[in-house]
Design a protein around this ligand. Structure first.
Ligand code: ADP
Length: 485
């Protein structure tokens, strides 16, 4: 199914465990399908906890050696990995689109912009500085070292099958940690292709494993195995909560990037066309399947009607289809469960008196395609204001004043991203500081890049990925009190 790869060796259907490419010992497999039409791409091994354990044992065995290498050496290997990803970006994008469905241009942008995390952390590896602090007496000095936490385990989702991996494995390896990864069952091929390139770049055998298989038994092994020091997870809040409980006995370090319910606010002094463009990108990228997608669009009364009309016109212009086809700007949803959630939220708005401006139904393309949807007359309290839709539904809620919209925006258990469009500088500061989220986009829908700390507050997670802060989650602080000087 994945034809036209320049380098066909990037498409692998074996797992990469402890430096070896393997099948499941009992021959069990999981099918990987193309969400465009549900056709089989290939099968990958369905590994159980014993293979996760093997990967962890090896990661533990090689970690000290990896950490003992100079930062410059680790950095050079990571840099080679980055270069190989960029060189093979077309192939990686094609594999990604085939297993996930997003348009090829989006897939390529995902590959390139997230490879940048490896480039960034290759550089940061050399800047893991400590401190020397004056002691409590003239004969003492306090020395602060940063050391790798040890073996890390990562669990990643299907919505960014490539990018969620590089932004975790990059800083882990840079810090001197080793990593065992379980990719999402729907999208293991991007992870395996990255492992091929990591091996080629010189990442030592066992320092990075990819264990494919059923989530829960592998997740349990990650949480219970005493050799795992840290778990880093991107996915739903429910699974994050479960992992946190499971990892509690071992007091494991945790980084969690969980669900969101991003408010997107348009004030009446905003550049309306820019706000419409921003809403399009924020809402419909990846067919609405990102944790930072606008979920609730609040528009000030004076501009609400104009905004809704412009957004509906733009949404109508999206071209649905197979991600590899030229001109396609929106792919299918990942599965039927995703369509069901979309339908539930649309129905809830209609039942409670809202209106449909555009979309609201499955596409004629069939499968899991759903039309981009814009709804008005939405009010606070409808399901879409409480839960993450994770689908192409743009619900417009009209508001009158700033205090009211801040209260509505903050009325959520989530706090990942928020966005607002305004020109008044005093308002920009006021609103940015008042919004309860880890990230705020002001006059822009773009938040994720390797130089910025990505992450949430409240039930959206713990820790940050990217930036100088992103490596901290993979480091422990050790303090040495040197006396008798
Ligand atoms: P989604 O509902 O969007 O698929 P999930 O949180 O279920 O989000 O999935 C994110 C990642 O978590 C995937 O790799 C999935 O396989 C994994 N996962 C799901 N359930 C568990 C579990 N009980 N233990 C460990 N990992 C899990």
């Amino acid at each position: 199914r994945v034809v036209d790869l320049k380098d066909p060796s990037l498409l692998v259907s074996q797992a990469y465990v402890a430096g070896a490419w393997i099948d499941a010992p009992d021959g069990r497999t999981i099918p990987v399908t193309d969400p465009f039409d549900g056709a089989l791409i290939c099968d990958v091994p369905d590994l159980g906890p014993e293979m996760a354990r093997r990967a962890i044992d090896k990661a533990h065995e090689v970690q000290k050696d990896w950490a003992r290498r100079t930062a410059k050496e680790r950095s050079a290997i990571l840099r080679r990995w980055y270069d190989l990803i960029v060189e093979n970006a077309d192939d990686l994008a094609l594999i990604l689109t085939t297993e996930q469905g997003k348009p090829l241009a989006e897939a390529k942008a995902e590959v390139i912009s997230n490879a940048a995390y490896i480039e960034w952390f290759a550089e940061e590896a050399k800047r893991i500085d400590g401190d020397v602090i004056p002691g409590t007496s003239p004969s003492q000095r306090i020395v602060v070292l940063k050391q790798p936490v040890g073996v890390c385990a990562a669990i990643t989702p299907w919505n960014f099958p490539n990018g969620m991996i590089t932004r975790k494995v990059g800083p882990a390896l840079a810090a001197g940690c080793t990593m065992v990864l379980k990719p999402a069952a729907q999208t293991p091929l991007s992870a395996l292709a990255l492992a091929v390139l990591a091996e080629r770049a010189g990442v030592p055998k066992g320092a990075f494993s990819v264990v494919t298989g059923e989530a829960r038994p592998i997740g349990e092994e990650f949480c219970r195995n005493p050799k795992v020091a840290k778990i880093t997870f991107t996915g739903s809040t429910g699974v994050g909560r479960w992992l946190m409980k499971e990892a509690a006995d071992g007091i494991k370090r945790l980084s969690l990037e969980l669900g969101g319910n991003a408010p997107f606010i348009v004030f009446d002094d905003a550049d309306l066309d820019a706000a419409v463009e921003g809403a399009m990108a924020s809402k419909f990228r990846n067919a609405g399947q990102t944790c930072v997608c606008a979920n609730r669009i609040y528009v000030q009364a004076g501009v609400a009607e104009a905004f809704a009309e412009k957004l509906a016109a733009r949404a109508k212009g999206l071209k649905l289809g197979r991600g590899t086809e030229a001109g396609v700007t929106m792919g299918p949803l990942i599965d039927e469960r995703a369509v069901a959630k979309m339908e539930e939220h649309v129905r809830d708005v209609l039942d409670k008196g809202g209106q449909l401006l555009v979309g609201g139904r499955r596409s004629d393309l069939g499968g899991t395609f759903f039309e981009p949807t814009v709804m008005t007359g939405v009010t606070q309290g409808m399901k879409v204001t409480k839960e993450e839709t994770f689908a192409p539904l743009a619900p417009i809620i009209t508001f009158t004043d700033e205090a009211e919209v801040i209260a509505m925006a903050n009325d959520s258990e989530f706090g990942l991203a928020s966005y607002f469009y305004a020109r008044d500088m005093a308002r920009v500061w006021r609103v940015a500081e008042a919004l309860e989220s880890g990230m705020v986009g002001v006059n822009t829908p773009a938040l994720a890049n390797e130089m910025a700390p990505f992450g949430g507050v409240k039930q959206s997670g713990l820790g940050r990925e990217g930036s100088k802060y992103g490596i901290e989650g993979f480091l422990e602080i050790k303090y040495i009190n040197i006396a008798g000087l």
